[in-house]
Design a protein around this ligand. Structure first.
Ligand code: SAM
Length: 175
């Protein structure tokens, strides 16, 4: 979700032929590049959907074993931090029971959303429980976690070099 150029989805689809990976982003600008790369590589197990987290098609309900959100910004970041039903409820609606949601977030005061630390995530996790999402852990992200996200934005933002990131994991419980 908020897949940007879909680099992470391309990586997962290339390295895990039995995984079907879907990149979703509200903006077609970068996502279209990912879709072209998937086509050139004849990747039949990757799909690209231009849609906001707030408007996901019902056909995707309860399909995902895993949802990742790497370095969200804008309405996606705001909705995740506020625990808004339009975003968190919608994302939770994608997930099977037992599925994992992984958020990798870097937000400093100057970004306008406040500084995100592991304790900020922990203090807001009560908002997620109503959507069946239980916080498993929240911690500062290591360089390996940031590198493995394959995020073009992490490089651009200088995550780890000039600003930290938090990794938070939630489990979808039966509601
Ligand atoms: C900083 S970029 C990160 C892209 C990619 N995950 C990465 O790490 O390289 C944030 C992305 O969130 C997307 N986004 C923002 N609000 C969104 C929303 N409401 N629904 C879906 N995507 C959204 C933007 O279009 C943008 O591509």
């Amino acid at each position: 979700m908020g897949a940007g150029d879909g680099g992470y989805v391309l990586h997962r689809a290339r390295t895990e032929p039995r995984t079907f990976a879907i990149a979703i982003d509200a903006s077609p600008d970068a996502l279209a590049r990912g879709a072209w790369s998937a086509k050139r590589a004849h990747l039949a197990n990757a799909a690209f959907l231009v849609e906001g987290a707030e408007r996901l098609p019902p056909e995707l309900a309860c399909l995902a074993d895993e949802v990742t959100v790497h370095f969200p910004w804008g309405s996606l970041l705001r909705g995740l931090l506020d625990g808004a039903s339009a975003v968190v409820g919608s994302v939770a609606g994608l997930m099977k029971n037992g599925a994992e949601l992984r958020l990798l977030v870097s937000s400093a005061v100057r970004d306008g959303f406040g500084e995100v630390t592991p304790s900020v995530i922990t203090s807001r996790c009560a908002n997620y429980v109503q959507y069946g999402l239980r916080l498993v852990d929240a911690r500062w992200a290591s360089s390996e976690v940031v590198r493995d996200s394959r995020s073009a934005w992490a490089k651009r933002l200088g995550v780890r070099r000039t600003r930290p990131a938090v990794i938070a994991r939630y489990r979808r419980d039966a509601t």
